[in-house]
Design a protein around this ligand. Structure first.
Ligand code: 26Q
Length: 795
């Protein structure tokens, strides 16, 4: 297809799909018309992939996830189809700036953070590799809340991405399932029969997911909830206009909003309903497809691999047994084994409070038959392992982690360290009983979005240096390595970074009204706000640095801009206090003429995928400073490394593997190891001890406590300060001096621009292993037992 084709198709859509002629078109119209013209080019490969998957009669993967953090889709599609120059030309010939058109698309924030973005990267890689499959999730009407700051305090506002038409989805009113809730289970001739008292319809909405160069496309199918009887005419006729629409409003509640917590907030009935709603609809759809192609349900595991993205879809185990046993008459034990043959479970957390548990009474009220089935699974497991000490049902709760483990044939962690800890801690007992079940699949990220789309300057340099094949074979980035000794290459590498930093500086000036010096180090920490991620350690170090510069204004300092981004769960009081503190510290420090040229704090609100695409390519330093043993993997850490930002970090999650690959000399390590953290916590008064030993930390904490950053208000930060002084479960105080020292090593290294750029380039050259293509190949071989349906790309 040529530029002329894309232009005429765009104009045709502008006229016939949008009903606009060019002179009256707004940027929205052009964006929609271009999206539809690009979407047209996905349809042929999409149909071809569907036909190839049917013809192969082989296995498909179904990735069940409560979250798909896909962000914007237009640029992604353009990049994958190789239409960048054409699309730009189309926009310009219509009188619109290309970047402005792309920026008109809402950022689809159907996820909280890492787990949701991982699902999106996996879909991209499955399509790039030709792994036949579907993503299944919920079509939330409101994605993750929008964040703004009022006097430095986080305010949440509803997200409204569906206010405009969603350009990429196809509504499928013919694919609709009734999902039942509540009621009772009765005995009918020795059979248990569920008689629910409520039904909600699940309607499918499909979005094609195009792979690199358009060689394959899978489907993301999201379920929206609707009422069986949408409108109560009798109520309307009585004049009860609110009551008339009540059934519809109630049913729609299920897919109304994404829960904004990134660690579990169990016990909310609506959340359980969401989980069952999308899991049950997906399983019905999977069985319908299977039964259209095959006869014998016992063959299900040979044709169906279902991956559970954390425990959120864990009800899939009992539901699949219910479908096979109650509805298709398979005997219970065979049904259980068949279900297990299909299911894989990915664990993303070790934190005990984050493992989902549902009160039995609640499960009984919402899903009475499932509770019975869970009881039977638990009893069966107890019979097979009489001395076991792992229960699905305990203390009146249903433990969804145990349920997922027992119902899956493979369980995986998301980094080498995390998988080891899964074996040793949360699932130690189950691992002993099933020693072959746990495997590791270290996370990865898609280079199509995180380099090709987000970092065109680097993309061009890499392409010019090693040719085009690295995009679908990222380990080829290693071919850059010999060039780090080539001054011409290194100048170009530095120029690309500089270009990105200038673009970020421009954006910060235009949107936040802050001016930053692009020659300063851009030191970035972007992720959800959580005590274990330790944004407060970063801001305390910032305060200590500010003090040090003020004491010696003529010393040898390295100019830095500390950039923060991230949202706090609305109910997480301490996380919100940390946000407030970062903003308060920024306000005071940024106004100080003595330090202004050396140190700045910037916190643009409403961090999301789009902002990440802007920040990461412009980063000099990647902050990955979680308490060792707490961050399951991290994936931002990988994106930064690829884009040439060395890490300052702890031995946590995938940092360990990043350091092994990029080389210890290109990584700023500090902090206790996971076992040292565990030991340190047992030391009585460890926090006070660490504070006493560190005058810098003591001073910074005292400044926060005494109101230096809060206009004398000594109450505002009592929560954070008292927690650090007296509890400090995440050992901020004990790791502080190590962090400070590592930052000074960073300062020194950055003062040698050539040495720093060499480090950055080696991070890029050595991070090819962190492509999600590698991760998906691992799942295909070790969890799903499935082969790709297309040959590896040769270009
Ligand atoms: C559960 C129940 C009720 C409400 C919310 C939740 C909930 C929602 C989201 C629980 C957890 C999450 C998200 C977890 C998450 O993003 N974990 C991250 O997963 C990444 C991908 O594997 C890892 O890289 C991160 O280390 C991990 O924190």
């Amino acid at each position: 297809m040529t530029h002329a084709d894309l232009r005429s198709d765009t104009l045709r859509h502008l006229e016939f799909s949008l009903g606009k002629d060019l002179p009256h078109a707004h940027v929205y119209d052009v964006r929609m018309a271009l999206s539809l013209a690009v979407r047209d080019r996905i349809i042929t490969p999409w149909f071809a992939s569907t036909r190839a998957a049917y013809a192969a009669r082989g296995k498909r993967v179904y990735y069940l996830s409560m979250e798909f953090l896909i962000g914007r889709l237009l640029e992604d599609a353009i990049v994958n189809l190789g239409l960048m120059d054409e699309a730009r030309a189309v926009c310009e010939s219509c009188g619109f700036d290309f970047a402005t058109v792309l920026a008109n698309e809402p950022d689809a924030a159907l996820g909280n953070g890492g787990l949701g973005r991982l699902a999106a990267c996996f879909l991209d890689s499955m399509s790039t590799l030709g792994c036949p499959g579907h993503g299944y999730g919920i079509r939330y009407e409101h994605g993750l809340f929008q964040q703004r700051f009022e006097d430095g305090v986080q305010i949440e506002e509803p997200e409204e991405w569906l206010r405009q038409k969603h350009a990429w989805e196809f509504e499928r009113p013919e694919v609709m399932y009734g999902i039942a809730f509540g009621g009772h289970v009765r005995d009918h001739d020795g059979r248990r029969v569920w008689e629910p008292d409520e039904q909600v319809l699940a309607k499918a909405h499909d979005t094609p997911v195009i792979g690199w160069r358009g060689r394959w496309a899978n489907t993301l199918r999201l379920w929206g909830a609707e009422a069986v009887h949408g409108f109560d005419l009798a109520a309307f006729n009585r004049g009860d206009y609110m009551g008339a629409t009540a059934p519809e409003a109630l049913a729609r509640t299920i897919s109304r909003v994404l829960y904004p917590d990134d660690t579990s907030d169990a016990g909310k009935e609506l959340r359980l309903r969401q989980e069952y709603f999308f899991t049950a609809a997906s399983l019905r759809d999977i069985l319908r497809r299977f039964c259209g192609e095959h006869e014998d349900l016992a063959a299900l595991p040979r044709h169906v691999a279902i991956q559970l993205n954390d425990t959120h879809p864990a009800i899939a185990g009992p539901e699949l047994i219910r479908l096979l046993h109650d509805e298709h008459g398979m005997d219970f034990d065979t049904a259980e084994d068949t279900a297990r043959g299909c299911l894989g479970y990915t664990n993303h957390t070790l934190m005990p409070e984050a493992l989902e548990r549902w009160p039995e009474w609640l499960m009984d009220r919402v899903l009475p038959r499932h509770l019975e089935i869970i009881g039977r699974i638990d009893e069966g497991h107890a019979r097979a392992h009489p001395h076991r000490n792992a229960h699905i049902l305990s203390d009146g709760n249903v433990n969804m982690g145990e349920l997922s483990f027992i119902m899956a044939h493979k369980v995986n962690g998301v980094s080498a360290l995390h998988t080891d800890l899964v074996k040793d801690t949360v699932f130690a007992e189950l691992h002993r009983l099933h020693p072959d079940r746990i495997v590791n699949q270290t996370n990865g990220v898609t280079p199509r979005r995180w380099i090709v789309a987000a970092n065109p300057a680097l993309r061009k340099l890499v392409g010019d240096t090693i040719g085009p094949r690295w995009v679908s074979d990222l380990e080829r980035l290693s071919e850059l390595e010999p060039h780090v000794d080539d001054a011409g290459f290194m100048d170009a590498y530095a120029a690309a970074k500089r270009t990105n930093k200038e673009a970020l500086a421009r954006w910060l000036r235009e949107t936040q009204g802050v001016t930053v010096n692009p020659a300063a180090m851009f030191d970035i920490q972007i992720k959800r706000i959580h005590e274990y991620k330790r944004q407060h350690m970063n801001i305390l170090e910032t305060i200590a640095l500010w003090n040090a510069i003020r004491e010696d204004p003529n010393g040898e300092w390295t100019p830095r801009v500390k950039i923060f981004g991230g949202k706090a769960a609305p109910g997480y009081v301490l996380a919100k206090e940390i946000i407030h503190l970062i903003n308060d510290v920024g306000r005071v420090i940024n106004a100080d003429p003595v330090t202004r040229d050396w140190l700045q704090v910037v916190y643009p609100p409403n961090y999301n995928v789009t902002m990440a695409e802007r920040l990461i390519p412009a980063a000099d330093l990647s902050e990955q400073i979680s308490t060792a043993g707490k961050e399951a993997s991290g994936t931002g850490n990988m994106k930064f490394a690829m884009n040439g930002a060395p890490t300052i970090g702890t031995l946590d999650g995938a940092n360990v593997e990043i350091r092994e690959r990029v080389g210890a000399e290109n990584f700023f390590l500090f902090g206790m190891t996971a076992p040292e953290v565990v030991a340190r916590r047992t030391v009585e008064g460890h926090a006070a001890q660490a504070i006493d030993a560190s005058p810098r930390l003591a001073q910074a904490l005292e400044q926060v406590a005494s109101g230096v950053f809060s206009d004398g208000d000594t109450d505002r930060y009592r929560g954070v300060v008292d927690n650090l002084r007296h509890h400090d479960f995440f050992v901020v105080c004990s790791d502080f001096d190590g962090y400070w020292d590592a930052q000074r090593r960073v300062d020194a290294a950055f003062r040698d621009p050539a040495g720093w750029m060499r480090m950055a380039a080696l991070n890029t050259a050595r991070s090819g292993w962190f492509s999600s293509d590698r991760t998906i190949r691992g799942y295909m071989a070790e969890v799903w037992d499935i082969a790709p349906l297309i040959a590896p790309a040769s270009d």
